[in-house]
Design a protein around this ligand. Structure first.
Ligand SMILES: Cc1ncc(COP(=O)(O)O)c(C=O)c1O
Length: 375
């Protein structure tokens, strides 16, 4: 049997990793500034994380959601405390797409409506309602196109007002910093007005924090930098540091009922142990603060590179925009300089999404290398 060939692959075969360093089968080390699509939050193979997962595996790795699992409550408590989102309840699932799928479903149950407002260049995953709310027709099959979604330009309040007042909208889904799209952001004024209008029209506001959450933006959630209160927050990626886990935080004003949502694997013992380990390391090593500080350092260093036309993002969710497409630059960085970086839908943006444990010396190395690569 062969693999279903859907991924264009770089010719690199990682066999081990530690912190921000990934090693391939020939022993070549790479500086990982991409974390496998923003997934590695506390660094590869963090000792606390591997210990906790091994201990959990030796005890019990999985049982379904038909029995008590106190790890889920521990996780909800710790997450509520560290994020400041104590007025929310937690539902656990397995990926970012699944988180958004569940978020949209809850919104539709609650409002009994079905139209979604999403934004141009937004990305919310590849499954049913999540992909339908993703502004990329190429990854939407005819079956996905049955969903009712209006794509609006970011930061155009008049267009938003016109759409929401039609009265048929169940949810607005928004990334506080667009990941895949290329690091564009709603302004604080726009995000706040969206929140006010959602409340007025009884529409569920979903903050997609799958990529920007868990400290990456320099605050626990990126929406917190705009002073708004979403109804649902979706999470995944950095949450498990590589263990597949996702979830939604649902504000207490939305009531649960048995059978409303469900999953076989979601919230299993290993997934909870992985997420608890991530939260413990974020807290013990002050990594949210490190993301804010190192993000500021990155921006300072990037200002010295004349070829950079725009510095985008916050914390350690960053992008450098050039006036040329970055595909060749990324190849050069990987094959000649052994640094992993990311691309975006905006082909001129180089994405930088390192583990939140990154140090100044690693950013210095990146910028020195970038200067050489750009010569
Ligand atoms: C903002 C956002 N939402 C949702 C997703 C989908 O997550 P997953 O690939 O885990 O399904 C992504 C993935 O890149 C994302 O960036």
């Amino acid at each position: 049997m062969k693999l279903f060939d859907v991924y264009p692959l770089y010719d690199v075969t990682p066999v081990s990793a530690n912190g921000l360093v990934v090693t391939d089968e020939k022993g070549q080390e790479y500086l990982d500034l991409y974390g496998g699509h923003a997934v590695i939050s506390i660094g590869h193979s963090h000792p606390h994380y591997t210990r906790r997962l091994k201990e959990q595996l030796n005890q019990i790795g999985f049982y379904s959601n038909a029995v008590q699992n106190p790890l889920q409550e521990q996780l909800a408590n710790k997450l509520g405390m560290l994020s400041g989102c104590e007025d929310y309840n937690l539902f656990l699932c397995n990926s970012g797409a699944e988180a958004n799928e569940n978020a949209l479903k809850v919104a539709s149950f609650k409002t009994q409506k079905s139209k979604v407002i999403a934004f141009k260049n937004g990305f919310h995953g590849r499954t049913s309602a999540a992909v339908a709310a993703t502004d990329n027709q190429k990854i939407n099959a005819p079956i996905n196109k049955q969903q009712k979604v209006s794509f609006l330009p970011l930061n155009n309040l008049a267009a938003f007002q016109k759409e929401i007042q039609k009265g048929d909208v169940c949810a607005v889904i928004l990334e506080a910093i667009q990941g895949v799209g290329g690091l564009d952001e709603p302004t604080t004024d726009f995000y706040r007005s969206v929140a006010v209008l959602c409340k007025a029209w009884k529409v569920i506001l979903i903050a997609d924090e799958v990529q920007s959450g868990f400290g990456r933006s320099g605050t626990f959630f990126a929406f917190q930098q705009h002073g708004i209160l979403p109804d649902i927050i979706s999470i995944a990626k950095g949450m498990g540091n590589g263990f597949p886990v996702g979830g939604i935080l649902i504000h207490k004003h939305i009531k649960a009922s048995h059978g409303m949502l469900g999953t076989t694997f979601g919230g299993n013992h290993l997934a909870c142990a992985a997420t608890l380990a991530v939260l413990e390391v974020l807290e013990q090593e002050n990594l949210v603060e490190n993301a804010a500080n190192l993000g500021a350092y990155f921006i300072e260093k990037a200002t010295d590179i004349p070829q950079v036309k725009k510095i985008k993002g916050r914390g350690l969710m960053l992008g450098l925009e050039f006036d040329f497409e970055v595909a060749e630059l990324r190849k050069k960085l990987i094959y000649e300089h052994h640094i992993f970086t990311g691309g975006a839908k905006n082909k001129k943006v180089l994405r930088i999404l390192p583990a939140l444990t990154i140090q100044k010396t690693q950013l210095d190395l990146f910028f020195n290398t970038l200067k050489t690569a750009l010569r």
